[in-house]
Design a protein around this ligand. Structure first.
Ligand code: TMP
Length: 214
């Protein structure tokens, strides 16, 4: 039996990631499980939730960055075990969000490489969808959580672009990352694109058994 595939859906806030990850898992008919980051159900996730929702809950930028990473490390073994059992795992946000949101703060010393370091050694996705739309980062109407402002989202968008340019080689981008502009596309249309690209990828790469790491 070959291992399952690690599929990631990334993007800015309000680009439909959670809707699309849920629909993808459902359409894979029990062959995949969903993991969302941050996982707010753990103790570390509870601190992250407090940081995101309580303006008076202060943490240094470095500390919250490390907590987001630790929150991925605490689920890392479970993800690997699931994949080893032949089941796919669909991620709603992961390492790229971790780097992009922290680097967007432009805190002295916290450059892209610093931000990428704590996630070194985590499993690398087999297939990543990066969702964007013409308005993301510019639109109004974000929610109440920290980071949900037009100005900050525009900075995050720049960081995502820089991350894919800095860390990922052209060959990896070509065969492992799908950049999906969802402007004027319905939820169903985006889902059909995501679903068909995923099933095609799984079919073509069925024999790949070795894990990749950041
Ligand atoms: P969510 O809205 O997808 O639950 O994510 C909560 C916020 O946390 C969102 O603004 C993105 C941000 N975030 C980080 O800053 N670092 C991370 O590592 C992750 C996974 C999310």
């Amino acid at each position: 039996m070959t291992r399952g595939k690690l599929i990631l859906i990334e993007g800015l806030d309000r680009t439909g990631k959670s809707t699309q990850t849920a629909k993808l898992v459902e359409s894979l008919n029990g062959e995949a499980s969903l993991v969302k980051f941050p996982d707010r159900s753990t103790q570390i996730g509870g601190l992250i939730h407090q940081y995101l929702t309580e303006p008076d809950f202060h943490l240094p930028d470095q500390a919250i960055h490390l907590l987001f990473s630790a929150n991925r490390w605490e689920v890392a073994q479970t993800i690997k075990k699931t994949l080893a059992q032949g089941k796919h795992v669909v991620l709603d946000r992961y390492v790229y969000s971790g780097i992009a949101y922290s680097a967007a703060k432009q805190t002295p010393g916290m450059d892209l490489r610093w931000c990428a370091q704590p996630d070194k050694g985590l499993l690398k996705p087999d297939l990543t969808f990066f969702l964007s739309n013409a308005e993301s980062g510019l639109r109004q109407g974000f929610g109440e959580e920290r980071y949900e402002s037009t100005e900050f989202q525009a900075k995050v968008r720049e960081q995502f672009v820089a991350i894919f340019d800095t860390f990922e080689e052209a060959a990896y981008k070509k065969s492992h990352i799908v950049f999906l502009d969802t402007t004027n596309q319905s939820i169903t249309q985006v889902h059909e694109l995501v679903h068909s690209a995923t099933t095609e990828f799984i079919r073509k790469n069925a024999e790949i058994d070795e894990f990749m790491y950041f």
